[in-house]
Design a protein around this ligand. Structure first.
Ligand SMILES: Nc1ncnc2c1ncn2[C@@H]1O[C@H](COP(=O)(O)OP(=O)(O)OP(=O)(O)O)[C@@H](O)[C@H]1O
Ligand SMILES: [Mg+2]
Length: 306
């Protein structure tokens, strides 16, 4: 479950919020399109889900983990639960397709034997078994995006987030990528995709959440359309909260994260202004996170494991 509870985000030095009072509830196994004009706040929302940015106000919970209590050392666990795919792939150019996927497992401490078992399986899932030994530069854009998806899926995340995964692709490849995400969703993975591709959104008839100027202005539960002005489902302040059955205020109370006995008790941490992250590449962050994770005793490290 993904829950944003009245989340606002002001980037450092900015007077207007990138996100404002966003309430969103995504159930496990849902497939959700997140749409909105350029600058609407889509990537900001995603960055907060993977803890690349912190909300200025409000709270986020993912899979029962309350982000208010999250410490730096917990971030790797979040990144294992949430796979992320970006428009520009972020592949390692000097490593083969196989090595790109294997590397994502290596850096979170997966054993060699498990890597050998897993990588061929995920490459088969994305239809790239025959490209294992190729380098990213030898692949088409669509194939590169498939490698990026394979890399995210290798860790078997519960949630897969794709930020404009079709942004650099032609219509045929875009369609293929979205179908692949749909297939992954059919295996039970929650999918959140941002896109500017109206045709795909209208064809798939999924839930469509529309952001405009940092606010959710539309939330079509299913059979959703690409509708940037939100006229199909204009959301009033009262109805904010996505598919959550209750008012935002009645959203699940922060369950204390099971693995944080040392976590502080709830004390309005959301009033703090966060530091903005350097925006460095996710791989680099994962590398650092892993180093930090490894510095901890094994017993502590494994507490978030499924
Ligand atoms: N690091 C940052 N510092 C300051 N402002 C930022 C930063 N990142 C994004 N913004 C601003 O926040 C707002 C939302 O940006 P965001 O990248 O989330 O939009 P988006 O919906 O993903 O747009 P696009 O469709 O173009 O990718 C924009 O006004 C943007 O200029
Ligand atoms: Mg964006």
């Amino acid at each position: 479950m993904i829950l944003l509870d009245n989340v606002s985000k002001y980037y450092k030095g900015e007077k207007t919020p990138a996100l404002e009072e966003v309430n969103l509830h995504i159930q496990p196994k849902e497939f959700v399109f997140l749409v909105g004009e350029s600058g609407a706040g889509k990537s900001t929302l995603i960055k907060m889900l993977i803890r690349e940015e912190k909300p200025t106000y409000g709270n986020i919970m993912v899979g029962g983990i309350d982000y208010r209590y999250m410490k730096k050392k917990h971030i790797p666990h979040i990144r294992r639960r949430i796979g992320v795919v970006f428009q520009d792939f972020k592949l390692l150019p000097n490593r083969t397709v196989y090595e790109n996927v294997a590397f994502a497992l290596e850096i979170v401490g997966v054993s060699n034997s498990e890597i050998k078992r897993t990588v061929p399986k995920v490459l088969e899932l994305v239809g790239l078994s025959d490209k294992m030994d190729k380098f990213p530069g030898d692949l088409s854009g669509g194939q590169r995006q498939r490698v990026a998806i394979a890399r995210s899926m290798a860790r078997q995340p519960k949630i897969l987030i794709a930020d404009e995964p079709t942004g650099n692709l032609d219509p045929e490849n875009s369609d293929g990528i979205i179908r692949l995400l749909e297939e992954i969703n059919n295996f039970g993975t929650t999918i959140l995709v941002t896109t500017h591709n109206a045709e795909i959104v209208n064809a798939l008839k999924k839930r469509v959440v529309t952001l405009s100027h940092g606010r959710i202005i539309g939330d079509q539960k299913d059979g959703g359309h690409y509708d940037l002005d939100g006229s199909r489902t204009r959301i009033t302040k009262r109805s904010l909260g996505g598919t959550a059955p209750a008012q935002p205020a009645a959203a699940p109370q922060p369950q204390v994260v099971s693995n944080t006995p040392e976590a502080p008790q709830p004390k309005a941490p959301e009033a703090k202004k966060p530091k903005t992250s350097s925006g460095s590449a996710v791989l680099e962050q994962m590398r650092k996170a892993k180093a930090a994770d490894e510095a901890k005793p094994v017993a502590k490290r494994r507490k978030f494991s499924r």
